[in-house]
Design a protein around this ligand. Structure first.
Ligand SMILES: [Zn+2]
Length: 309
């Protein structure tokens, strides 16, 4: 039984093909940030997604949404968010946050290996893969074209709550028809990497200076990660902050990509409060121009201040 194909064809391939026809190209390497005296975070492009805007924004108040998007110079005709993986290197550890989409999800994504090539890093050299969550654009890339682990020398780190959700055989039937392929695809990959997985919980330090921070709702066990080195702090926010406009200005609005929209809205607000108050830099998987930035509190809302190269 392969329930990945119908999903891919129905919902995504069409959009990918359109984008390819338009000649869109993703940049292989995007941004670099020094953290502490001797470590750096680099974001690596995995390409981009092409999603039907109504899938993401359909549940939001449409007039206000249109006004907001216009102010940001965005539209509701195409939604093609970047996919940026964060890579942390301190000379000893080479830590990749998420694994990208791999070859089977969308024509526009799965470019991670090219991006690693561009910085002359082999998948063999990755020492740790740390997952924010198990959606296709974050975990399907953990296997290579032969369905073997792409990062053979890495330990793989999963939040226990997230793992348990996707591992549960009941999830495929309870998650809803439009997400059933996510469950099948995640489980198949998790079964291959099972022996390499180490689990962590909220607040736990995975490596010295890298701690998990619960941000549930986008998926049941979605995790952000706080990276500290010297006096520098960067929060890897994953998909808890999934776009640079609505998620910051109206964190309370329900996004169609969040599995539990109420819980995700609470997590978004809490994360925004923390990173703006503590003036942390953030790096977001789907935020633009490589995904680095800072967050400013503006009255009752927030603003993303990107740091493009
Ligand atoms: Zn994502």
């Amino acid at each position: 039984m392969n329930r990945e194909q119908p999903f891919t064809r129905r919902a995504f391939l069409y959009h990918g093909a359109c984008l390819a026809a338009l000649g869109a190209q993703s940049k292989p390497l995007l941004a670099n940030l020094q953290i502490g005296a001797a470590a750096q975070i680099t974001t690596l492009s995995d390409g981009n997604l092409s999603l039907p805007p109504e899938m993401v924004f359909g549940a939001m108040p449409q007039r206000e949404l249109e006004e907001l998007m216009t102010r940001y110079g965005a539209d509701l005709i195409r939604y093609e968010p970047e996919c940026n993986l964060a890579l942390y290197r301190d000379g000893e550890n080479t830590v990749l946050f998420d694994a990208g989409a791999g070859p089977d999800f969308m024509a526009t994504s799965g470019k991670l290996v090219d991006s690693l090539d561009a910085i002359e890093l082999s998948p063999d050299e990755i020492t740790h893969v740390v997952f924010t969550h198990a959606h296709p654009d974050h975990i399907w890339g953990v296997l290579d074209d032969f369905d073997d682990p792409l990062f053979p020398n890495a330990s793989h780190h999963f939040g226990r709550k997230e793992w348990d959700f996707w591992w549960n055989p009941a999830t495929v039937d309870s998650i809803g028809a439009d997400r059933a392929a996510f469950a099948v695809g995640a489980k198949r990959r998790m079964q291959v990497i099972e022996d390499k997985v180490e689990f962590f919980d909220d607040g736990q330090e995975i490596l010295p200076g890298i701690a998990a921070r619960a941000s549930y709702g986008h998926t049941p066990g979605h995790m952000a990660f706080e990276i500290r080195n010297g006096s520098d702090v960067v929060m890897v926010v994953g998909d808890a902050l999934g776009n640079p406009h609505v998620a910051f200005e109206r964190p309370d609005w329900h996004s169609g990509t969040d599995q539990d929209p109420d819980t995700a809205a609470i997590a978004r607000k809490s994360l925004l409060d923390q990173v703006s108050h503590e003036q942390m830099k953030i790096v977001g998987f789907h935020l633009p121009d490589g995904g680095f930035g800072q967050v400013e509190k503006t009255g009752s809302a927030y603003r993303f201040i990107g740091e493009p190269l």
